[in-house]
Design a protein around this ligand. Structure first.
Ligand code: FDM
Length: 208
């Protein structure tokens, strides 16, 4: 039996370059013969993901708590796949996870962090969470927001402060204010350390 894959999560506010960097990392790892795959949450391709997508694109309305649980259920429906892939040696580079789930929902009025975290308990815990951090002055220069729900500056500010409340020793803050290639090189070297350190360690679960 070979080693398990590493579970690496990327988090951060919109426009920090998460998706670009996740995909570049997967390509670079595959070129080096390290098996790795990209995953993203919400995964809009599933039945639950389709409802989430309709909500985000404002086609439907849902109560805040209900939509929060759908985002969480979207992770739980993929949990067996995550476990199988990791066990078979594939590293997963995940574009948003439970931390986005909590940081975004808890930015809404009447939603608290603890309530939001509860349905995440028991999901596989990442080996590392890389938070791509971008100052607001810089992110606002990177082009406007799209039309989706949540793409509003005030809301994103609350999300950012929620991310900081969720921080654990697994988190690494990475300054995203650099060129795409420089950021990629930094992430690649961070990955190497995480990959080495995760060897032989069983996957833990998210706890209270
Ligand atoms: N989002 C994402 C949530 O509100 N909860 C979640 O659990 C997750 C994973 O959905 F605004 C928010 C974050 C973002 C929106 O994400 C869609 P992408 O990465 O832009 O598709």
């Amino acid at each position: 039996m070979g080693r398990r894959g590493a579970l690496i999560v990327f988090e951060g506010c919109d426009r920090a370059g998460k998706t670009t960097q996740c995909k570049m990392l997967v390509d670079a790892l595959n070129k080096r013969n390290i098996r790795a795959e990209y995953m993203n949450f919400p995964d809009r391709s599933t039945a639950i993901g389709k409802i989430i997508s309709d909500y985000l694109t404002k086609k439907i309305e849902l109560p805040d708590k209900a939509v929060h649980l759908l985002f969480s259920a979207n992770r739980w429906e993929l949990e067996p796949i995550i476990r199988n892939k990791l066990a078979s040696g594939v590293s997963l580079i995940v574009d948003r996870y439970s931390y986005s789930g909590v940081a975004f929902s808890a930015a809404k009025k009447g939603m608290d962090l603890k309530w939001c975290w509860n349905p995440e308990i028991g999901l596989p815990e990442p080996d590392a969470v890389l938070l791509l951090n971008l100052k607001e002055e810089v992110s606002s220069k990177r082009g406007g927001f799209g039309q989706e729900r949540y793409e509003v500056s005030d809301f994103q500010r609350k999300v950012k402060s929620n991310y900081i409340s969720l921080k654990t020793p697994l988190w690494q803050f990475i300054d995203a204010d650099k060129t795409v290639e420089d950021l990629h090189q930094e992430i690649l070297s961070t990955f190497n350390t995480i990959y080495k350190n995760s060897n032989g360690k069983p996957i833990q679960v998210l706890e209270e």
